[in-house]
Design a protein around this ligand. Sequence first.
Ligand SMILES: [Zn+2]
Length: 243
Amino acid sequence: MSQIFANTLYMQILNNIFSSSLHLFYPHICTGCGSDLVQKDNLLCLRCINELPATNFAQHANNPIEKIFWGRIPLVAACSQYYFVKDSLIQHLIHLLKYDGNKEIGIYLGELMGQSLINSNYYRNLDALIPLPLFPDKERKRGYNQATVICEGISNSMQVPVWADVVTRQKFTETQTKKHRTERWENVSESFIVKDAGKLRGKKILLVDDVVTTGATFEACGNALLKVEGIQLSIAALANAAK
Ligand SMILES: [Zn+2]
């Protein structure tokens, strides 16, 4: 046995002892099904990862998410990573992220999402990821914006920075609400404010949210961002709940 090989073997044995003793103290179980067949650094077992209903929309132009926005806002590309299936694993995981304080699963799902985006020709050379803002009081209540958490995961996979403070969402005052009562679309559209147009000028950005349904919120925030000169906008949602 060569010395190098012996050393490598020795290191592997040490590493295995270390991992299994860690395993004793911190049992590493799948967030989806509770099985302990989870590979290092993963939060889901392979069975659960394979069970997630991937759309593969990131790899395809003219996909159903892009079609939602046709004739509404000009986008470079749009996709969702998964189908939102009721009473399924993906709904359970999104619930953990939004209502159970489980940011780790959001980061992990973002990392999986980033891996498919990085393998697509349509999301190259992005300058920044922008989480779709929550209303400030909602974010305060939850303690975080789930879209920002997903962006952190995408960023880990793609090495693209997260700009969480370039656009904000404002709560309407009583008078404004009354004024726009009959104009719901207008109400949504005017609630997004670009804070740092200079930083965004001419940049290629990806606007991210957890779920896309009618596309109205993406459209409203997108419209605010598209007022910035030379901006190139793409959209990505973790799950597609569009009818
Ligand atoms: Zn599992």
